[in-house]
Design a protein around this ligand. Sequence first.
Ligand SMILES: Cc1cc2nc3c(=O)[nH]c(=O)nc-3n(C[C@H](O)[C@H](O)[C@H](O)COP(=O)(O)OP(=O)(O)OC[C@H]3O[C@@H](n4cnc5c(N)ncnc54)[C@H](O)[C@@H]3O)c2cc1C
Length: 323
Amino acid sequence: MSDVLALIEISHRGEIAASARGLLAAAARLGSPVAVVVSSEPLADDDVARLGELGAARIYSAVTAAASTVLVAPAVDALSAAAEAYEPAAVLTTNTADGREAAARLAVRTGGSVLADVVQVRNDNGTVVAQHSVFGGAYTVESTVDGGLPILTIRQGAIEGQAPAATADVSTASLEAPTAAAAVIERFNDDPMVSARPELRSAATVVSGGRGLGSSENFVLVEQLADVLGAAIGASRAAVDAGYVAQTAQVGQTGVSVSPQLYIALGISGAIQHRAGMQTAKTIVAINKDEDAPIFDVADFGIVGDIFTVVPKLIEAVKARSN
Ligand SMILES: Cc1cc2nc3c(=O)[nH]c(=O)nc-3n(C[C@H](O)[C@H](O)[C@H](O)COP(=O)(O)OP(=O)(O)OC[C@H]3O[C@@H](n4cnc5c(N)ncnc54)[C@H](O)[C@@H]3O)c2cc1C
């Protein structure tokens, strides 16, 4: 079976990022998963065991001091070295800004091709086939690479299930410090924006608020529901433009795409540009006072009602259940 490389991200807390499960599950559908990890210290035994649990048959551990200070370039160096060593059938990264950039740079280096924002993969007699959800989720299309290494950026949360657990063989390599000055960006290690809430793209539950919240003070309702559910916070562009919440929370065509298990939309009408970023969520719940709001067309469960009446009751009910 051909090897498939998966670039595993390390979270700001130094842990294996939640996106690793989906990447390794996708890699296992295409071949034998090889986790590529870039870190400033050799991988701890716990991390090796965790990657094995998530299905990594092998781990390519690239160690470089630049891992904690330089963005993307060390990951591209590690993927290039691993691609040379394993001659993989495909390379997978997350569909984040860093993951897409690593994919694009690797494609330039290897003469490969990028298949972006992939929501499902399959191995068609040795051909890597990627699925994409396009036009606001209205169509699912497939793409393949005509020659060259396929490099896929995988939408977080889109791939369900987990690869069979394995006992991972570890190869450790030392990476030279990146030399290309243009590729070197300093990482802000003490980022004050780092939140205790889950990261939006990889969260299992997302609670999003729209213009229906009416003000940044009222947006606290979204935060309260998110916190009792252990969810990440999202928003419509109208809520962002009105200054209720930071732009990093924007879900949709010009924001982030999410595929959580549960997406709760509060006071969001469901414009096609918003749906483009959340329609692949497994279960969608919408609360809106307008029964004709288009969000109900994609919702699995809908409540026609005032968020200021319904959401406090919902928060109380969730709290009562968790006690
Ligand atoms: C090129 C382009 C890109 C775009 N990209 C994005 C994007 O990435 N993401 C995005 O979200 N949008 C995007 N938009 C904007 C998009 O078209 C919509 O304008 C936006 O999504 C609307 O946000 P909203 O649903 O919060 O606001 P509205 O459409 O104003 O809807 C507010 C909803 O709240 C409901 N409501 C009001 N009060 C209450 C209440 N008390 N209780 C319950 N419900 C209530 C209303 O019934 C209404 O349905 C883009 C637009 C363009 C042209």
